[in-house]
Design a protein around this ligand. Structure first.
Ligand code: NDP
Length: 318
């Protein structure tokens, strides 16, 4: 059946501790008026649920959902979802790939890179001392920025950075091509990329292959004074080693949106380090009005007996 002929009905259950249910409900029903959208707390019989849109649902969430057709991860990172034991087998899982989400992430990365490349932390500290300290700006071409992960978010960020004139290196699992970006692929090339990175931007998914990928040895490969920006997942980086390298001056600074433990515990040394900027995991979020279009498209595809787009591979982990 063509997608346009499918008028999806059925019930979608929503769960997120961070996102507003009513906003999502309105956005989804504007696209699919026949779809019943309920909050998971309203489920009476799990067998009535056909679609799930959820971010980090509680344990046993999927129990009894015998008529489930599609799981939509309310976000880009699926690491917490794919490691669950209670995922119903054979049900496709999709993630959000909203262009506005990529734009918001690219905006954060651009801000963080420019902040370091323009020595803003240095001027912030001088201002606190009441000092007018001139430091001549470098041109962006003199700064090498490496982006690890060239997916939906990483590719957009790399593109925006090269548009600003930075020398951008990219790294991914399979070979990528991005205009103006020197792309490298595979673990064999990682050290070469790290050795050239004045600013390292981490945009990898957390998978069994990438967990702890930036261990002490790899962090030490970064040039002295390099800056690390992590907007992906805290567990990609050895946080204790990172802290020590920031303290001993091997690393010049960091902008961290994600941590091994979130919230970052009170008293963690990172909180009080003058060369570290901390934000509470919000580099990018899903925007209901634009993401609903992609969700509706996938629900229509599934209703028409077709495979959804942006499907993830639980075995690969992203
Ligand atoms: P994608 O799945 O679209 O892309 C992942 C990229 O990483 C691809 O280029 C992939 O390579 C590469 N990659 C995966 N595994 C490896 C590996 N073993 N070695 C080398 N490269 C690898 O992810 P997104 O760009 O959409 O998102 C990246 C991450 O950002 C998410 O997984 C999530 O954790 C995080 N995130 C953080 C947010 C925040 O607010 N802080 C918000 C949203 C997401 P290939 O192209 O070859 O497949």
């Amino acid at each position: 059946m063509p997608i346009s002929e499918a008028i999806p009905s059925g019930t979608l259950a929503f769960y997120s501790a961070f996102d507003d249910f009513e906003t999502w409900k309105r956005a989804l029903q504007a696209q699919l008026p026949n779809l019943k959208v309920i909050h998971s707390s309203e489920i009476t019989d799990p067998a009535d649920i056909h679609y799930v849109l959820a971010w980090k649902p509680p344990e046993n969430f999927f129990a009894g959902m015998t008529n489930l057709r599609l799981i939509i991860n309310l976000g880009a990172g699926v690491d917490s979802l794919v490691k669950r034991q209670d995922l119903p087998p054979g049900i496709p899982i999709t993630r959000l790939t909203d262009p506005q989400m990529s734009r918001m992430m690219a905006g954060y990365v651009l801000f963080a890179v420019l902040r370091h490349a323009r020595d803003i932390p240095y001027f912030e500290q001088a201002q606190r001392r009441g000092e007018w300290t001139y430091r001549h700006p470098r041109s962006p071409e003199e700064t090498r920025v490496a982006v690890l992960g060239l997916g939906q978010l990483g590719a957009k960020a790399a593109h925006e950075l090269q548009r600003q004139g930075f020398r951008v290196l990219g790294w991914s699992r399979s070979p990528a091509q991005i205009e103006g970006v020197e792309c490298h692929a595979g673990l064999d090339t990682l050290d070469t990329v790290l050795e050239q990175a004045d600013i390292l931007v981490v945009m990898l998914p957390l998978t069994p292959q990438t967990a702890g990928i930036l261990d002490r040895t790899r962090l030490e490969r970064l040039p002295r004074g390099a800056v690390l920006i992590n907007v992906a997942r805290g567990a990609l980086v050895d946080q204790a080693a990172l802290t020590e390298l920031l303290q001993n001056g091997h690393l010049g600074g960091a902008t961290l949106d994600v941590f091994e433990r979130e919230p970052l515990p009170a008293g963690d040394p990172l909180w009080s380090m003058p060369n570290v900027l901390i934000t509470p995991h919000l580099a990018s979020v899903a925007i209901p009005s634009s993401a609903a279009t992609q969700i509706a498209e996938n629900i229509m595809r599934v209703s028409a007996g077709q495979a959804p787009e942006n499907i993830i591979d639980p075995a690969r982990g992203y």
